[in-house]
Write a protein that binds this ligand. Structure first.
Ligand code: GDP
Length: 194
């Protein structure tokens, strides 16, 4: 599966400002600093399509990227960063909920987790919210290269138990080594081109 082109289309906060829902799309969600930008850049093989580590406190935006002129990758603002002002944090829930429940072209969400840590309460809230609202979501456990290979199974097992799904439904990933890239692209393609 080849990514031939990836271009930034626009940022939006409000539903009215999303680009027209002309293409199927996949969204990416995760805690701030979890490795979301690196994962998207790795998928599209571009170093800086998504800018990493934006200054906290800035307005949080939903970013739309057109891939191969055929579908959107949607970068959702990261959550759980303590230094984000309360006012900005309070906007996150309604903004995300509106996007996830109203965007008719949304096919599924890539939920990014860190192999080194058990899911945070914020991670679990979002995960259960996906389940309760019947939004297809795939947990992608990233930064695999940060721990020893021998620890992968135990960490994946712990995360899968916490999420309540088998490890076979999660993808082990590393933006540094590109591990898991083809597997994840394959799964996304199943969503985008059924
Ligand atoms: P975001 O805030 O979720 O978009 O996170 P970033 O993509 O900016 O990544 C946060 C930090 O983790 C950066 O320093 C990245 O270089 C690093 N990082 C992201 N993915 C990986 C990975 O797979 N392996 C390693 N070793 N570092 C990573």
């Amino acid at each position: 599966f080849l990514i031939k082109s990836a271009e930034f289309i626009k940022s939006a906060v409000r539903f009215e400002n999303y680009p027209p829902a002309l293409y199927p799309e996949v969204a990416f969600a995760g805690r701030s600093n979890v490795g979301k930008s690196s994962l998207i850049n790795c998928l599209v093989q571009r170093k800086k399509l998504v800018r990493t580590s934006r200054t906290p406190g800035q307005t949080q935006l939903i970013n739309f990227f057109l891939i191969n002129g055929a579908f959107y990758f949607v970068d959702l603002p990261g959550y759980g960063f303590a230094k984000v002002p309360l006012k900005v944090r309070a906007q996150w829930g309604p903004m995300i909920e509106t996007y996830l429940t109203k965007r008719e072209s949304l096919r599924g969400v890539v939920h990014i987790l860190d192999i080194r840590h058990p899911p945070t309460p914020d991670d679990l809230n979002l995960w259960h919210w996906f389940r309760d609202n019947h939004i297809p979501a795939i947990p992608v456990v990233t930064k695999a290269d940060k721990i020893k290979r021998g620890q992968w199974d135990a960490q994946m097992k712990q995360i899968s138990l916490s999420l309540g799904i088998p490890t076979s439904e999660m993808v082990l990933f590393s933006a540094n080594t590109q591990q898991g890239r083809s597997e994840l692209l394959g799964k996304l393609l199943d969503w985008l081109i059924p």
